[in-house]
Design a protein around this ligand. Sequence first.
Ligand code: GLP
Length: 262
Amino acid sequence: MTEVIIVRDEDEAGGIYARCVGDLIARRPDCVLGLATGSSPLAAYRALAALVRERGLDVSRVRGFALDEYVGLDPGHPQSYRSTIDRTVVRPLGLDPALVHVPDGDPAGVRDAGRRYDEAIGRAGGVDVQILGVGTDGHIGFNEPGSSLGSGTRLKTLAERTRIDNARFFDGDVDRVPTHCITQGIGTILRARHLVLLAFGEGKAEAVAESVEGGVSSFCPASALQLHPHATVIVDEAAASRLRNRDYYRYAYAHKPAWQGI
Ligand code: GLP
């Protein structure tokens, strides 16, 4: 079963993620983190950065792979996912930028970039913990509804809904949001050893309910988490509001032995 943890707010969710990843870094200083952009993981990155400082963890060998990148946006553009990951993860945590990878959104190499990226993840030994947000239409990474559940990293066309959702990062101008992206596939994401999906607010309630309690379907890419042996979904009350089984999730988490972690 996908574990669902209902929390008060993003900071509590961030603390849970930070403890999980902090313990991983302490155990395995060259672990591989799967990184995501968007607003949902921000509190988690802040909590992890604070914990790294507090526990004096050595992060010099931690490796990272981001989920996705816009195609045709200069990597130095403030809204490129390369810049976003540098700003929200690499610098606050003090990671070695050379060890943190983002798919190559250069249109010139895009035909081959996906295969190369999946091979690089494979050579690194796979992702240990993949953090995920979810789009209002149930997308993970940039795998829009209809994406093959077995897909590898590849070029995708962004849905109009996603471009509208992301226009806020481009001064509200949807025409400036790129039309294409390169994203880890659902098959790629499912190969990570632990998936942690974070979702907050009423706007995500439908997508969360579909993902966790709906049928597994390429029309809700996040429902692929149901196929994963170790998936954790951390949501606030608003994002949990359409889950039918939420009393059970609360009960199960309250009775979970602390040594199990997440
Ligand atoms: C973008 C990203 C996704 C992210 C989603 C939700 O489309 N490619 O990885 O999960 O936005 O974003 P937010 O967390 O800001 O709601």
